[in-house]
Design a protein around this ligand. Structure first.
Ligand code: SAM
Length: 223
């Protein structure tokens, strides 16, 4: 191969990388962050740190969901139940499905709900591609978990079947400029969330800017 052809090949390869194209030998870029949460007691130290309330503003998030008595909500990726217990205790006292993919987390939330006398929490073992909700819900809340979900277009297309008529999906996840959160490649702008959710058949219903570290967007089915 002549020098010019080698140089040209380099330019073409560089352009492909710049365009985000991947060659046969380039490793596929993961669409989600793989991380096990199999030690609930250790996770609880961060998730349930009282200092979190100052930036998580759980009461404002809960109020923005506008839940009414008799409604149901899924806390998808519930973890140790930080939001589940607050939702369960909120004025609307909704039934809360606390869904998590980690069996240890599911048991932790189940025990926590029993300990705290919250009979309106039902712990659910989710699968990677579906939260396994036993019945449709009015709101699916997903806090700091969106970036852990793989194959999101298919996931959210499936999730729409678990929403009641008028049901919504509320996503709270770390902003690119947050002082803490997942690696930068797993933090998204509001436009990225909206674009991905549009591909899965949703439209933006509300966007809140009061959380200092996270985006907070609410989607509804576009149909
Ligand atoms: C960073 S923690 C957030 C916990 C909780 N939402 C909070 O704000 O404290 C993410 C949780 O999502 C769970 N998770 C990850 N992928 C999931 C999936 N596909 N479906 C349900 N839960 C998932 C993890 O096991 C973990 O408990």
């Amino acid at each position: 191969m002549s020098l010019i052809r080698v140089a040209l090949a380099g330019v073409v390869a560089a352009a492909a990388v710049a365009l985000g194209q991947t060659g046969p030998q380039a490793p596929a870029r993961p669409d989600h962050m793989e991380h096990r949460f199999d030690n609930p007691e250790a996770s609880a130290q961060a998730f349930d740190d009282p200092a979190r309330d100052a930036w998580q503003l759980p009461d404002r998030v809960t109020a923005a969901l506008g839940l009414k008595p008799g409604q149901t909500v899924a806390d998808i990726g519930a973890g140790t139940g930080y939001f589940s217990v607050r939702l369960a205790r909120s004025a609307a006292a909704p039934k809360v499905f606390a869904a998590d993919i980690e069996p240890a987390m599911v048991k932790y939330v189940q025990d926590r709900a029993a300990r705290e006398g919250l009979k309106n929490i039902v712990a659910v073992l989710a699968a990677a591609d579906t939260p396994n909700l036993p019945e449709p819900v009015d709101v699916a809340l997903i806090v700091d978990t969106y970036h852990h979900i793989g194959g999101r277009e298919a996931y959210f297309r499936t999730l729409v079947k678990s929403l009641k008529p008028g049901g919504r999906v509320a996503i709270v996840d770390f902003r690119p400029d947050s002082p803490e959160g997942p690696p930068k490649e797993f933090r998204f702008s509001p436009e990225q969330f909206a674009s991905e959710m549009a591909q899965a058949g949703y439209k933006l219903a509300a966007q809140y800017d009061f959380l200092p570290r996270q985006n907070f967007l609410i989607f509804e089915p576009a149909r």
